[in-house]
Design a binder for this molecule. Structure first.
Ligand SMILES: C[S@@+](CC[C@H](N)C(=O)[O-])C[C@H]1O[C@@H](n2cnc3c(N)ncnc32)[C@H](O)[C@@H]1O
Length: 288
């Protein structure tokens, strides 16, 4: 059988380290098939791949309410709310929640669960970079490290939108991963064949590679997915943070931490932790 040299060269070129934040396939969260696999992953209680397990989510809500960072009656925006696992629990705690996510499938699931359980959560399928809220929310949350996936310029843009969405005394609650987590969870070079699975419904091959950019605390998990029709390259970028580096990013957007934890369940901060969880407020320096 003849090997197609052009294809081989193209595939081999993907083994070279890409430039920082060089994008892969655009559709991922909102891909019609992948979003179905992703929803299953969000709801799966055997791993923490897309969302944390329900037990951890319950502890997170408990921490945010018990620490009085969130209070019943508040109006809260959940950015990248996925299937509404936090939003519905927050609504049960008396918080007025608006959830937005780019995945139509997750939003569809979240809406049907809210309806089934009689919870007044408002859900919108939209890109959070397109939001335009002004002085509307007592709290904005973004859970499970989504902030770590953007280059500095985009992150700054998003944080400015968050700041604008918050009321003057509003609080922004989020978590970011650290280098400690990355070195435990990094993708190693590997390939596998599948008859149908996470990436595709039918036969396909997956070539997985990890690329480290230690000088920038960056990591890339790259997946080349080859099926009978074509191949696509998916790239998941992770910018890990230390407390110092995340404070700088917040400062640039006019936000400053008021509480720092090791994770959103409220465990005490340690510089060796896998995560950093922060509650931040608009900093007075930047007030206009
Ligand atoms: C790691 S998941 C976390 C979901 C949810 N926060 C949780 O912990 O259960 C990230 C979520 O962000 C959403 N997302 C990613 N980029 C987005 C964007 N630009 N606008 C809106 N949602 C986005 C994804 O669809 C996904 O549901």
């Amino acid at each position: 059988m003849n090997i197609n040299k052009e294809l081989l060269d193209k595939l081999l070129s993907y083994s070279q380290k890409p430039g920082v934040f060089e994008p892969g396939e655009r559709k991922f969260w909102d891909d019609p098939y992948i979003s179905k696999s992703m929803l299953e992953a969000h709801l799966n209680q055997y791993h923490d791949a897309a969302s944390r397990k329900f037990e951890t989510i319950d502890k997170t809500i408990e921490n945010l309410i018990n620490s009085r960072v969130l209070k019943p009656g508040m109006k809260l925006l959940d950015l990248g709310c996925g299937p509404g696992l936090y939003a519905e629990r927050l609504a049960k705690a008396g918080i007025n929640v608006v959830g937005i996510d780019i995945s139509l499938r997750s939003i569809g699931y979240a809406k049907s669960e809210a309806e089934k359980n009689g919870l007044p959560v408002e859900y919108f399928c939209m890109n959070f970079f397109d939001m335009d809220f002004n002085n509307e929310f007592d709290a904005v949350i973004q859970v499970y490290g989504e902030l770590s996936t953007f280059p500095d310029e985009m992150l700054n843009r998003l944080l400015c939108l968050v700041r604008k969405a918050l009321k003057t005394d509003g609080v922004f609650i989020f978590d970011v991963s650290t280098r400690t987590l990355r070195l435990k969870n990094k993708r190693v070079n590997n390939w596998y064949a599948s008859e149908g699975g996470f990436w595709r419904p039918g036969k396909h091959l997956v070539l997985e590679m990890g690329f480290d950019y230690p000088e920038s605390d960056l990591w890339l998990d790259q997946y080349i997915v080859i099926d009978e029709e074509n191949y696509k390259v998916y790239r998941n970028w992770f910018h890990d943070y230390s407390l110092e580096s995340v404070k700088k990013v917040l400062d640039r957007a006019g936000l400053a931490p008021v509480k720092v934890w090791n994770d959103l369940t409220g465990s005490e901060y340690s510089s060796e932790g896998d995560w950093i969880a922060i509650a931040a407020k608009r900093s007075p320096v930047q007030e206009t």
